[in-house]
Design a protein around this ligand. Structure first.
Ligand code: KG4
Ligand code: ZN
Length: 341
């Protein structure tokens, strides 16, 4: 095959991901997560994540190469997330990728984490329609992006002004006594619940929309859930965890879907892509498909394993950069924790 064989490294948060692709074909997607080490802190501890990346990096590269049936020297290029993300965590990935590129004499491509979340869909659904709108919702980010050429970056249309969507799921889960990371547990609990509580939809009043049409806010919702639970407990009434979970989840999904479809409609773009860990949410998936069909927007959502942070997404974007003849990064490529999208 003449398609580029690319190894991608992802270390922006708590997953050490190594992916190997040939063009848009996925050959290996190996992830070592330090999530359990963070569980007792109720959130990701940067220093713990960096150390875990350092320990997991070489074994993860070896496992990915074994799965793909290749040697490191077979690859045509190395791609790595250079930002945004946790500074120390990014440094481990970037330093490792530089060492590989230098040792193997192969080009290095520093890629943007959010653009990589978008690119990963090509591995499952084929070439990305451009332009498209992408909504990335995870524990670290909640953004609406316009994508015209993936390899040249993505244009932010809006983002969260406080908590990320996944963070809201995690905080509400904690409040309800569910384990970390809470998203999947809220999702599961909500299936046995009913939407009985009308929780607030952040940044959706006419006044908010003037300044924050495509932005999100979830901290008010989280506080509203906390107040509701407290009031119940004070009055001695039982709290139905499934009902609170279902009602909270409905409020989050309603705002996400409304704003994503509004962005698509406003730009006259007919393709919407979802990514990030929260895109695994069953209610979000059902709601976006249903409402998008009504307004004539096509939706692409990678399978849950590709929605969360992984190395395949980085390799996918790297392969696209090679295919489109983009210039490789210099070997003094910095890790940029606050890199704009
Ligand atoms: O993309 P990801 O693995 O890591 C980053 O944060 O970048 O996303 C993890 C987030 C966590 O907040 C987790 O609770 C949330 O995604 N999540 C979910 C679901 N699965 C994962 N949130 C809601 N419903 C889910 N099914
Ligand atoms: Zn991510």
């Amino acid at each position: 095959s003449t398609e580029p064989l690319v190894l991608g490294i992802e270390t922006s948060c708590d997953e050490t991901g190594v992916g190997i692709v040939r063009g848009t074909t996925l050959l290996a997607d190996t992830v070592a997560s330090s999530v359990e080490e963070h569980a007792r802190f109720g959130g990701v501890v940067p220093e713990v994540a960096s150390r875990a990346h350092l320990e997991a990096m070489v074994p993860t590269i070896e496992r990915a190469c074994a799965t793909a049936g290749i040697r490191p020297s077979d690859v045509d290029a190395i791609a790595v997330t250079s930002g945004p993300g946790l500074a120390g965590a990014l440094l481990v990935g970037v330093a490792s990728a530089k060492a590989l590129a230098l040792g193997l004499g192969k080009p290095l491509y520093g890629v943007n984490h959010l653009a990589a979340h978008v690119a990963v869909d090509q591995l499952e659904h084929g070439p990305l329609p451009e332009p498209c709108i992408a909504m990335l919702v995870s524990g670290g980010h909640s953004s609406l992006l316009k994508v015209t050429d993936l390899t040249l970056g993505v244009d932010p249309m809006g983002a969260t002004i406080d908590d990320a969507a996944g963070e809201a799921f995690d905080k509400v889960a904690r409040l309800l006594g569910l384990p970390f990371p809470g998203g999947p547990h809220v999702d599961r609990a909500a299936r046995d619940g009913a939407i009985t509580i009308d929780f607030p939809r952040g940044l959706t009043t006419r006044r908010d929309l003037e300044r924050h049409r495509f932005d999100f806010s979830f901290s008010g919702l989280k506080t509203a859930v906390a107040r509701w639970v407290e009031a119940r407990e004070r009055s001695g009434e039982p709290v139905s965890v499934p009902d609170v979970a279902a009602s909270f989840q409905e409020a989050v999904c309603d705002v996400l879907v409304r704003k994503a479809l509004d962005a698509a409609t406003a730009e006259g773009i007919e393709d919407l892509l979802l990514g990030g860990g929260v895109a695994a949410n069953s209610r979000l998936r059902a709601m976006v498909l249903e409402r998008a069909e009504r307004v004539g927007v096509r939706v692409r959502i990678p399978r849950p394993g590709l929605c969360t942070d992984n190395g395949a997404m980085v390799a996918a974007l790297g392969a696209e950069m090679v295919a489109r003849g983009r210039t490789p990064s210099a070997l003094d490529l910095p890790a940029d924790s606050s890199q704009p999208v």
